[in-house]
Ligand binder design. Structure first.
Ligand SMILES: [Zn+2]
Ligand SMILES: [Zn+2]
Length: 472
């Protein structure tokens, strides 16, 4: 008998982690950070709920920190076996985990200054850069479709999940005394309307299926409407002469926005003089996207090729598609943008404006009525981004209050996750006897809504609880 235990992404979407125990091996599927409110993040400090020394292998669905962010902790606790993932995920986690470690080290340094002054004992970061280095040494990159044996009785195969570069649907084949059982983990499934990536691959069979439910309760606004609104705002800004700020996450959304701006440029609809990508991390990620253009979807790959005819095959990229794209890497380059009063589009992090270079651009642009801010991603409650979306009249930065006169736009249609309709469509590819379906990675109401719709399609979904065990 194989046994699966749900250790994360059960109440909510973060902390993705599942333990698979077979007759001969123990395997961890994802090892993500809990993210969100302080109380939720405290769960990261708890000891891992299994013996690290008993693990034979780790399999990672994709690079996002809510799936990968506790890997260095696992390694710091003594794990030294292989960590399997797709090749692009291997490149992306290097950027993401290094950034996570430096943020944690910086936070703790700050906290310790306070603790020292109070005469209290100092605290340690969750993990350090050295732990990330050790983690990266254990990573093994596989190609999509490549089926390989990873423990005595388990084989793995990654299929494209179309969510971010390198994201995978994980198939685990377990052999048990001559009988094969198949566990499928959807990972995070992509939105088939999104740019650059392919649609999530279809799976026809499984014994046990774990399905993400992030958008289990809703559909996205149509991509057509979203792109039309994007085009309108950009035109309006070029007519009234202001800058456009786009707060954006480094992985995925930034590259999608660059591609969409490239489409407008190619159609002669972009009149701005320059687009600045002002985020060292987003630049590093965009360069990784360039390295794997061969796995973009056929249509977008063809659009880039057609627009880049004078460039050699090697040079073709988002840069030849959008030639006015500039990278600003150093702090000086970023500061120089403060002097640009018109005709620029600045893409910078963080996506919810709670840190990063976007904050100084907001300071220099929000008070001008000709400026525009376009939100292209989800804004969580309590973040500065959410306050701006909700109509805040002042923006507080470094003790200074800046009046908000800029036009604030929210484009709801960009999403890296499959909508409810797309999730149900993906389930529709299964043939014959339906697998046991477990809904994970979603807020309670999203899972409930998805369960209701899946039931009408003949499924018997189960919403897994934390620590729940399933034998199959
Ligand atoms: Zn994800
Ligand atoms: Zn996720």
């Amino acid at each position: 008998m194989a046994q699966l235990t749900f250790y994360g992404a059960v109440a909510g979407v973060t902390g993705s982690m599942y333990l698979l125990q077979t007759d001969h091996s123990n395997l961890l599927l994802d090892c993500g950070l809990f993210q969100g409110r302080r109380e939720e993040e405290e769960a990261n400090l708890k000891p891992l709920p299994f013996a690290v020394s008993s693990l034979d292998a780790v399999v990672l669905s994709h690079a996002h920190l809510d799936h990968s962010g506790r890997l260095p902790l696992l390694v710091a606790e003594g794990y030294s076996g292989p960590i399997y993932m797709t090749k692009p995920s291997g490149d992306l986690i290097e950027v993401l985990l290094k950034d996570a470690a430096s943020l944690q080290e910086r936070d703790v340094e700050w906290e310790n200054k306070r603790l020292r002054r109070a005469g209290k004992p100092e605290v340690e970061p969750l993990y350090r850069a050295e732990d990330v280095q050790e983690t990266l040494k254990l990573c093994q990159g596989l190609n999509y479709q490549q089926r390989i044996s990873i423990t005595e009785d388990v084989e793995v195969r990654f299929l494209d999940a179309g969510h971010i570069l390198g994201s995978a649907i994980v198939e685990l084949y377990i052999s048990e005394r001559g009988v094969e059982k198949k566990l499928v983990f959807s990972g995070d499934l992509g939105n088939s309307q999104a740019a650059l990536l392919r649609d999530p691959e279809a799976v026809q069979s499984a014994d046990v299926l774990l399905l993400e439910s992030t958008y289990g309760d809703r559909d996205h606004r149509s991509m057509e409407d979203t792109l039309q609104e994007f085009e309108d705002v950009i035109l309006e800004a070029s007519e009234n002469g202001g800058n456009i700020l786009i707060p954006s996450f480094a992985v995925g959304r930034t590259q999608e926005i660059i591609f969409r701006l490239g489409e407008l440029y190619q159609q002669g609809k972009l009149h701005q003089q320059a687009i600045f990508l002002d985020s060292p991390m987003a630049i590093a990620v965009t360069e990784i996207y360039h390295r794997y253009q061969n796995i973009y979807n056929a249509e977008d790959k063809a659009a880039i090729e057609t627009a880049s005819l004078t460039a050699s095959a090697k040079e073709r990229s988002l840069h030849t598609f959008l030639p006015i794209l500039r990278y600003s890497i150093s702090t000086d380059e970023s500061m120089a943008l403060n002097k640009v009063e018109r005709g620029a589009i600045i893409i910078a992090g963080s996506g919810m404006c709670n840190g990063g270079r976007i904050r100084h651009h907001l300071k220099h642009n929000l008070w001008r009525k000709q400026s525009h801010v376009i939100f292209v991603g989800f804004q969580a409650m309590g973040t500065p981004g959410r306050a701006l979306v909700d109509g805040a009249r002042y923006f507080k930065i470094a003790g200074e209050e800046v009046i908000v006169k800029a036009a604030i736009h929210t484009l709801g249609g960009f999403s890296a996750h499959a909508s409810q309709t797309q999730l149900i469509e993906w389930l529709g590819h299964f043939e014959g006897e339906k697998p046991r379906l477990f809904l994970v990675h979603g807020e309670e109401n999203a899972k409930q809504a998805l369960a209701t719709v899946a039931t009408t399609h003949g499924w018997r979904p189960h919403i897994a609880g934390l620590g729940e065990k399933v034998k199959f």
